[in-house]
Design a protein around this ligand. Structure first.
Ligand code: TTP
Ligand code: MG
Ligand code: MG
Length: 406
């Protein structure tokens, strides 16, 4: 049985999500990378007016553009001012990460319902191991891949994606780009020479700017050039492991498995006390434990690479009753003091007359730091989500409301 691995990547993802709510922009050059001041304005007659690139001043960077804008030379990571020279009449829209995350969850859920072995590769792409999907070996994955495309379109209310299906992740990642947008490309071992070898070396995931310029200095420009190079020579010039990998990759070999991992819904820390504690009489000790839990939780978030937008507390009283409260924040955070302050707000809404057996702090509504920070870097100051707040604005009130009956 041959392995059949799919790589699925959404088409012009942020821009396509925006077009779902602004369908009147379909067919126009649109770039995503503005800030709040570029929000479309609804006119009295029900039509909308949009910000145009020609009116932009600032240092923002484009996160992505529609294919109509790409035809004018406007791409991801380009400065908005530079793009304005190429496409002055293109529409500029602000970035709305929450919206993109929502659609990201939707398309991934739709895929998992049909083919459960999914590896998350960020906001708009996944690998899917199709090998064990019934019937898949009969048509090399064509039917299931088309079903996945249809399911994604259906679940998102109209988003298209492109899929590559090949025997491994390396080839599928390349193949998903071949026929974008709305593409479906199947490659087998026989296609290596005709479809993969002509590609520029830097197209291969793992050949970055440094390696590709070094390869170019030896006149190795395409994947085929690397494939034709002597493997010992590659090892000599690129090191044992990278040289060997270059040789294998250029021959379309890649044994990496599809690693399934589901994102946690929440991360929490809790502690059961050695003796039941009272909010007033044991205020100092509880306050210390509470702050420590928040600091540990912040550490967990940082280590695991998440930020949270909903902070909650959990309390178990001496009668074993459990109470939880939570609070949504204006922006994602992994800052211990912001978490501590939000958790403190939650505590204010709990009747603390009884003694406590257990105290916990929970971070929900998680987003990966990669999701939050990478687009931030790419889109400039306009769109920076407030991951950390300035330290100056804090005092650390411990149980700052006196519990009733104290
Ligand atoms: P990509 O999948 O690279 O691009 P895309 O989906 O916009 O277009 P394509 O049809 O070619 O796949 O990236 C996914 C999203 O990530 C993209 O919509 C916006 C964001 N992004 C950035 O914020 N900065 C960047 O430099 C890139 C490349 C993407
Ligand atoms: Mg994409
Ligand atoms: Mg992508």
């Amino acid at each position: 049985m041959v392995r059949l691995i799919a790589h699925l990547d959404m088409d012009a993802f942020y821009a396509s999500v925006e077009l779902l709510r602004y369908p009147d922009l379909r067919g126009r050059a649109v770039v995503i990378g503005g800030g709040r001041r570029h929000q479309p304005v609804l006119r009295a007659d029900g039509t909308r007016s949009y910000a145009l690139l020609r009116d932009y001043t600032g240092r923002g960077v484009i996160t992505t553009s529609t294919y109509e804008a790409r035809a004018l030379g406007v791409f991801s990571a380009m400065g908005v001012m530079k793009a304005a020279k190429l496409a002055p009449d293109a529409v500029l829209l602000p970035v709305d990460f929450d919206e993109y995350r929502k659609y990201s969850k939707q398309f991934k859920a739709a895929v998992r319902a049909l083919a459960p072995v999914v590896e998350d590769r960020g906001v708009d792409e996944i690998y899917i191991d199709l090998t064990d999907v019934p019937g898949v070996q009969l048509d090399a994955g064509r039917a299931i891949a088309q079903q996945l495309k249809d399911a994604v379109f259906e679940a998102t209310g109209g988003l298209t994606c492109s899929i590559g299906v090949t025997p491994n992740k390396l080839l599928s990642k390349l193949a998903s780009e071949f026929d974008k947008p709305d593409g479906l490309t199947l490659l087998g071992p026989d296609d290596l020479e005709t479809r993969i070898w002509p590609l520029a070396a830097k197209k291969v995931n793992g050949i970055g700017p440094k390696a590709s310029s070094k390869l170019a200095s030896f006149e190795l420009h395409t994947v085929g050039d690397i494939a034709a190079a002597d493997p010992h020579w590659l090892v000599e010039h690129f090191g044992q492991s990278y040289g060997a990998w270059l040789h294998a990759a250029s021959h379309g070999r890649d044994e990496r498995p599809v690693v399934t991992f589901s994102e946690p819904q929440s991360i929490s820390r809790e502690t059961t006390f050695e003796r039941d504690l009272h909010a007033v009489r044991d205020r100092a000790e509880l306050g210390r434990i509470f702050t420590e839990l928040c600091e540990q939780l912040a550490g967990d978030l940082a280590r695991k690479g998440y930020a949270s937008r909903t902070i909650g507390v959990k309390l178990r009283f001496d009668d074993f009753k459990i109470v939880t409260r939570d609070l949504s924040l204006p922006a994602h955070t992994l800052d211990a003091r912001t978490i501590r302050r939000a958790a403190g707000e939650c505590l204010k809404r709990v009747d603390l007359t009884r003694r406590l057996r257990l105290l916990g702090v929970r971070a929900g509504a998680l987003a990966t730091l990669a999701e939050l920070v990478a687009p931030q870097a790419a889109s400039g100051a306009d769109a920076a989500p407030a991951l950390r707040e300035p330290a100056a604005s804090y005092t650390l009130p411990l149980f700052d409301s006196a519990p009733p009956g104290a």
